[in-house]
Design a protein around this ligand. Structure first.
Ligand code: G4P
Length: 525
């Protein structure tokens, strides 16, 4: 019974946005409502400042903050909310993709003046792949914004999802009056509110009440016309289509002014799904199953260079996680107990005795865990849906200090387990190639190899356009491909065959010439 109740009252989600749209600000306001923090400014942005891509201190600072704010849990109206933070910088997009495998829903923040931006589009693709339910918060209404209908059209077109507004803005910029809350059917007025307070100004004034004029003059008629159009154009909100990930409810507000945030949060706890089924290669897992299952979706190295300890983030998928109880680490076959598993409440980390599906537990790791690792009470399961994406930038990595060969190998190995980048070994010359999704990762790897492992590395250019995993049922064709493309073949860390196409032309030519070979752009197929 307890398990059932605990699952039903959990909401695990991520806020995603293009940098600067207001993700950090919104996160902070949500935490204020939950009483998890008490003053604005307590949540630090984990974004790397523009132009600071070569500043290692900045990278370190970012890493420090991102462990502190990786998961923020808080209680609101008896609902346990877990916000999973995602890195702001696009070079860490892969980290974000993996975090999205651990959430049950997503809130997308869009800057009302800028509309849909590149990073939002990419992240939405991942949500669409997984049918993750999304809510949209259009932010910065205190500034002049695009027309709300245009914004909604843009979202539908660019993010390829249907929308249904559940709030409606009354003007924007200097004349911004507030929003009409269609979900709660009431008016919320904007006074350029106190940034520190967690209270908005909500009035129980309905749209057809003549008194509404007093508050929103001269926009009353405009609002009524807009809302008539809204009701005509958008079908009524349906919980099922939101849960299926086909319709996104949309809210408007100003995170900085704490405006429209409560409406968003109140609706969120009503409609956002509690933990649902997850998938393993063997069977589907129901969260209500009494036995524990969970998977590691993120590994974070500690800051202290003298201790090479890491924290593995375990998402609980079913059952109850208990401190000091042995669990099977499926990949190694070992039973492992955790004496000090941690939970994350806002900025604080604390040791916990138990955790439930939807929760994230921090496990102390001395280098044994990998992203995607599964824990169970004995069953042989492997969670799926945590793919590596085909990297986009490539360099040869060479040893910079012949005396430190072992340190380098170990460092590379562990950093790859953490998911910082991917390693390929060329079949032609045995050289190691690092593939990343962002240029910053090369610097991070070099810096961390030196400071955490005492190893030096150098990079050399290699002409690779894309790495894709290849397989075929037609062994003869595969063999022919291997021979012809010998110079471009490599093995990934798990010994799987990878084709390193040097140009997009070479890739499409190969796809054309070898129709029986499947070219995969994520590691999971
Ligand atoms: P991010 O995490 O998505 O990258 O965005 P973040 O919350 O850091 O917000 C980016 C900038 O936008 C910040 O200003 C923030 O204060 C501002 N902002 C957020 N919400 C609103 C809003 O509703 N209205 C207005 N006008 N601005 C908003 P900054 O100058 O870059 O940083 P800061 O020095 O103010 O912290």
């Amino acid at each position: 019974m307890e398990l059932e109740q605990e699952i039903r009252r959990r909401r695990t989600f991520a806020i995603i946005s293009h940098p600067d749209a207001g993700k950090t600000t919104l996160t902070e306001k949500l935490l204020l409502f939950g009483g998890a923090i008490h003053v604005a400014g307590a949540v630090k942005s984990n974004k790397i400042k523009k132009g600071a891509t070569s500043d290692f201190m900045e990278i370190e600072r970012q890493r420090g903050i991102s462990v502190a704010t990786s998961v923020m849990g808080f209680e609101y109206k008896d609902v346990k909310i877990n916000i999973l933070d995602t890195p702001g910088h696009e070079d860490f997009a892969e980290d974000t993709y993996r975090t999205l495998t651990a959430v049950d829903s997503v809130i997308i923040v869009i800057d009302g003046a800028k509309g849909v931006e590149t990073q939002t589009r990419k992240l939405m693709e991942v949500c669409r792949m997984r049918n993750t339910p999304v809510m949209v918060f259009i932010n910065k209404l205190d500034r002049p914004c695009k027309d709300p209908f245009d914004l909604l059209d843009e979202i539908e077109k660019e993010l390829k999802i249907k929308v249904r507004p559940l709030a409606w803005p009354i003007s924007t910029g200097p004349t911004f009056k507030g929003v009409y809350d269609l979900y709660g059917d009431r008016l919320s007025l904007f006074f350029g509110a106190d940034k520190q307070s967690a209270e908005g100004e909500t009035l129980d004034v309905k749209l057809n009440d003549p008194a509404i004029d007093r508050y929103i003059e001269p926009f009353t008629q405009h609002l009524r016309d807009d809302l008539e159009l809204v009701e005509g154009v958008y079908p009524p909100f349906e919980l099922d289509s939101y849960r299926a990930g086909t319709v996104a409810p949309v809210f408007f507000g100003s995170a900085l002014n704490n405006f429209g945030v409560r409406e968003l949060l109140d609706c969120f706890i009503d409609i956002a799904p509690s933990p649902g089924k997850s998938h393993t290669a063997q069977r589907d897992i129901d969260p209500y199953e009494p036995k524990l299952t969970g998977f590691v979706f993120k590994i974070h190295a500690n800051m202290d260079p003298n201790h090479r300890d890491r924290i593995a983030f375990l998402k609980i998928c079913s059952g109850v996680f208990e401190r000091n109880k042995p669990y099977l680490h499926v990949r190694s076959g070992k039973n492992i107990k955790f004496a000090a598993p941690t939970a994350f409440m806002a900025e604080k980390k604390s040791v916990i005795d138990e955790a439930f599906p939807g929760d994230i537990v921090g496990l102390h790791d001395t280098g044994n865990f990998k992203i995607g690792d599964t824990f169970t009470e004995g069953e042989q399961l492997q969670f799926v849906g945590i793919p590596s994406f085909s990297p986009e930038l490539f360099r040869y990595i060479e040893n910079g200090d012949p005396m430190k060969f072992k340190q380098l190998a170990k460092g590379i190995d562990q950093l790859m387990d953490e998911g910082v980048a991917q390693l390929f070994t060329s079949k032609m010359n045995g050289r190691k190639i690092i593939g990343t999704v962002g240029a910053l990762q090369f610097e991070v790897i070099q810096y961390r190899l030196e400071h955490e492992y005492g190893a030096l590395c150098r990079y050399e250019p290699v002409q690779v356009y894309k790495a894709c995993w290849v397989e075929s049922d037609n062994e003869a064709q595969m063999e022919d491909f291997r021979k012809r493309k010998f110079n471009s073949m490599a093995l990934d860390k798990h010994g799987r065959e990878v084709f390193l196409a040097d140009t997009s032309y070479a890739l499409s030519l190969a796809q054309e010439k070898f129709p029986d070979i499947r070219f995969h752009f994520t590691s999971e197929f």
